[in-house]
Design a protein around this ligand. Structure first.
Ligand code: XLS
Ligand code: NI
Ligand code: NI
Length: 441
């Protein structure tokens, strides 16, 4: 491995290699084999795995009942720029050792926010210079950047949806800095997750003005980025609740409607997060399919929720069955448009060894790899496609095909129905489809 920084933080851990599922080495991939070809592409290119700066390098495990538990050796320097460089060294050491090609960040994951916008911008730009060097030395790339417009108490009433124009303007300045940073680093995409864009009580909320303001704000951000030469894709990341009770980008369907209403459909797609899907009472695969149907399946934030509790636990993926269903959607819809698979996931508060961060990402990558192998085998070897097609056979010829091509009126339906009003009962065969999935796992 090329020497990337002055300090090595993950001592004793080398490059993580593919060893196959017979291997007992916890620090090896069992299924993720980056060079393996699946459906015409390497696994590496299907996934474009990315590390999330915030969870992996910033979150030390604090919760409402106690402080952080993790002693990260890259969070020690007093000087903010020195601390940012240490963090960048840790980031690139980790991504390189994992053999992942990408990382993602919020502006103030990179470097601590200062007390003024001007000073904050200076800090971000200085850190970006260092990241440019790191990217050049390692070949690691930026999957997407974003702005944290939700942590600072200024944003307690929202950012672009804030009832106070002053706060909206500050959010604009912050997004401009984050866009500049993303562009300077050759970022392939830019994400908007609506942190506190939503409301707690309708009594004090002008919902229409707030949503229209978000539309104006997103258009400004898009126009600015394009004027600066950004050619990547913008993503909206839906989430139904948390931190606000009613988040405006509730789910994929709601976000697609907003994107079209604001006239952003040529520039925006969706970043679908597993745990956000399940919080919205949908499955992950449902959200992927909704996005794919609109031509907006852009990227994935990979994690999983907890079946028993109702918040964003951001655990690492390990449910092969759920992920295999998702990979079926991915393969059948032609893959991600511009994005990749970002592990928006954190190790548990009591997982305190630095090694645990590797184990977690290995497990996540292997879950996706195994799921992709299963989905690919189902498509190639099983009767799945045929069975699915057969279910809709009545639309493929005769009067059903006429309906699909728009040649029938309601009277035509009625005329046909009077002589066909006792159709055969056709089973949905759900259990057979489920068994097929099981067979290939
Ligand atoms: C929070 C979101 C966040 C976005 C980036 O729930 O998942 O981490 O991915 O702002
Ligand atoms: Ni996310
Ligand atoms: Ni999340």
């Amino acid at each position: 491995m090329a020497l990337l920084g002055d300090k090595e933080f993950f001592k004793g851990i080398g490059e993580i290699k593919y060893e196959g599922h017979e291997s007992d080495n916890p620090l090896a991939f069992k299924y993720y084999n980056p060079e393996q070809m699946i459906a015409g592409k390497t696994m590496r290119d299907h996934f474009k795995f990315a590390m999330a700066y915030w969870h992996t390098l910033c979150g030390t495990g604090g919760d409402p009942f106690g402080p952080g538990t993790k002693k990260f050796p890259w969070i020690t320097a007093k000087d903010p720029i020195e601390a940012a460089r240490d963090k960048a060294d840790a980031a690139f050491e980790f991504v390189t050792k994992m053999g992942f090609g990408y990382y993602c960040f919020h502006d103030f994951d990179l470097v601590d926010e200062a007390t003024t916008l001007v000073e904050s911008e200076k800090r971000v730009l200085k850190t970006v210079e260092y990241l440019q060097e790191k990217q050049k030395a390692s070949g690691v790339k930026l999957l997407w950047g974003t702005a944290n417009c939700f942590s600072n108490p200024k944003y307690m009433n929202g950012a672009a949806s804030n009832p106070d124009f002053n706060v909206l303007a500050i959010a604009g300045a912050q997004v401009k800095i984050a866009l500049d940073a993303t562009i300077a680093l050759g970022g392939e995409n830019y994400v908007f997750w609506g942190g506190r864009e939503g409301y707690m009580s309708l009594l004090n909320t002008d919902m229409k003005l707030e949503q229209d303001n978000i539309g104006r704000f997103l258009n400004m951000a898009k126009d600015y980025a394009r004027s600066q030469g950004f050619e990547g894709t913008f993503f909206i990341e839906p989430k139904p609740m948390e931190p606000t009770k009613h988040q405006y980008d509730f789910d994929a369907a709601t976000s697609i409607k907003s994107i079209r209403e604001y006239g952003l459909e040529n520039d925006f797609k969706l970043n679908i997060e597993v745990n956000h899907a399940t919080l919205a009472q949908h499955t992950f695969q449902h959200e992927l399919q909704v996005a794919a149907n609109a031509g907006m399946l852009g990227s994935i934030d990979a994690n999983r929720g907890d079946y028993q509790n109702g918040w964003d636990t951001d655990q690492f993926p390990n449910n092969v069955t759920e992920t295999a269903e998702a990979m079926l959607v991915l393969l059948r819809s032609g893959g991600l448009q511009g994005g990749g698979i970002n592990f928006d996931a954190k190790t548990r508060r009591n997982s305190t060894d630095l090694e645990d961060i590797f184990l977690a990402h290995i497990g996540g990558a292997d879950t996706f790899a195994r799921a992709l192998l299963v989905a690919d085998a189902i498509i190639r070897k099983s009767p799945y496609e045929r069975l699915l097609n057969e279910r809709y056979a009545s639309f493929q010829s005769g009067i059903g095909a006429d309906f699909v091509s728009g040649r029938l009126s309601l009277t035509d339906l009625s005329d046909y129905a009077v002589s066909h009003d006792n159709p055969d009962q056709i089973s949905g065969k759900q259990e057979m489809f489920e068994n097929l999935l099981n067979q290939y796992i």
